[in-house]
Design a protein around this ligand. Structure first.
Ligand SMILES: *Cc1c(COP(=O)(O)O)cnc(C)c1O
Length: 288
């Protein structure tokens, strides 16, 4: 049996601890992965960019036709309360909304009440270290559906991809649709060529990461780095001067090897370093 820790948690209307949360086997999240989620960074005991994550959560819910039974203000307050109560200074808030509980049928009944789960976890030191050391990644064919812009609980291809990476001692797998780079299993991808930052334009085939968005709108401009959003094919990626991937929990992770190919000279590039520094400053300053 997996031991659950006693970290403070919120389930539906109550504060409790994670080990005491009781979830029905008839929850559609359990049967079908019928739900959505968010992971928000906690830094210096404060939530970072929570409003961005909540905007995306409500969008995911709208696209899944899960009714909003809780207001954004209330969720913001719950984030802050949980972080405070947990005593965790560095970590993340996990927030999950499933469609609700009902007897198992594919189509769902009218007027279901969503189940809301939230808790705070400590940062994973090994994962955070990759930002300093750089990481090896593998590439895989993207076998996902046409709505990867929804942060849905249905993560089977992502899980299988991450596991394949782990087996090859790689930190992440990059998904390709044919020749086109899409994103990582739980991250977005950037490359640098001739001092210019490139990333794929966001559409419904990829998740529009908050970290990605902040790099485009705040971090790169601070560093005076020009960024273009356009298609990246395999050839272009393998010729890059620098490559990195981004996510809330991993931050900005330099990529030093893709499958068997070394990226440039295998060193972490200076554009990546300066973006990491500016991003760290942004996190220190905080963002609602
Ligand atoms: C969450 C996620 C990301 C990264 O998004 P952030 O908001 O930066 O954490 C990228 N790709 C996928 C598939 C994800 O689930």
């Amino acid at each position: 049996m997996v031991e659950l820790n006693t970290t403070v948690a919120f389930y539906n209307h109550e504060f409790t601890t994670l080990d005491k949360v009781q979830i029905s086997p008839l929850d559609r999240g359990y049967y079908f992965g019928d739900g959505v989620y968010e992971v928000t960074k906690v830094h210096n005991g404060r939530c970072f960019a929570a409003s961005y994550h909540l905007d995306r959560l409500y969008r995911s819910m709208r696209l899944m036709e899960i009714p909003a039974t809780i207001a954004p203000d209330e969720l913001t307050e719950l984030h802050d309360t949980l972080v405070q109560e947990s005593g965790i200074r560095e970590g993340s808030v996990y927030l999950q909304v499933t469609r609700g509980t009902a007897p198992r049928t594919h189509a769902y009944p009218d007027r279901m009440t969503p189940n809301i789960l939230m808790y705070v976890t400590e940062a994973n030191a090994a994962k955070e270290e990759l930002a300093q050391t750089g990481a090896k990644v593998i590439t895989l064919e993207d076998i996902r559906w046409q709505h990867c812009d929804i942060k849905s609980l249905n993560l089977i291809p992502n899980i299988l991809g991450a596991q394949k990476a782990k087996k090859k001692r790689a930190a992440e797998a990059f998904f390709f649709r044919g020749d086109e780079l899409i994103e990582g299993t739980s991250s977005n991808v950037f490359m640098v060529r001739d001092g210019i930052l490139w990333t794929r334009a966001a559409d419904d085939l990829m998740l529009k990461g908050i970290t990605r968005q902040l790099i485009l709108t705040r971090v790169a401009p601070t560093c005076g780095v020009t960024c273009i959003e356009r298609k990246i094919d395999r050839d272009l990626l393998l010729k890059a001067d620098e490559v990195f991937y981004t996510s809330t929990t991993a931050g900005i992770v330099p990529v030093t090897q893709i499958d068997k190919e070394t990226v440039a000279n295998g060193e972490i590039g200076h554009v990546t370093r300066s973006l990491q520094e500016a991003y760290a400053h942004l996190m220190e300053d905080g963002l609602p």
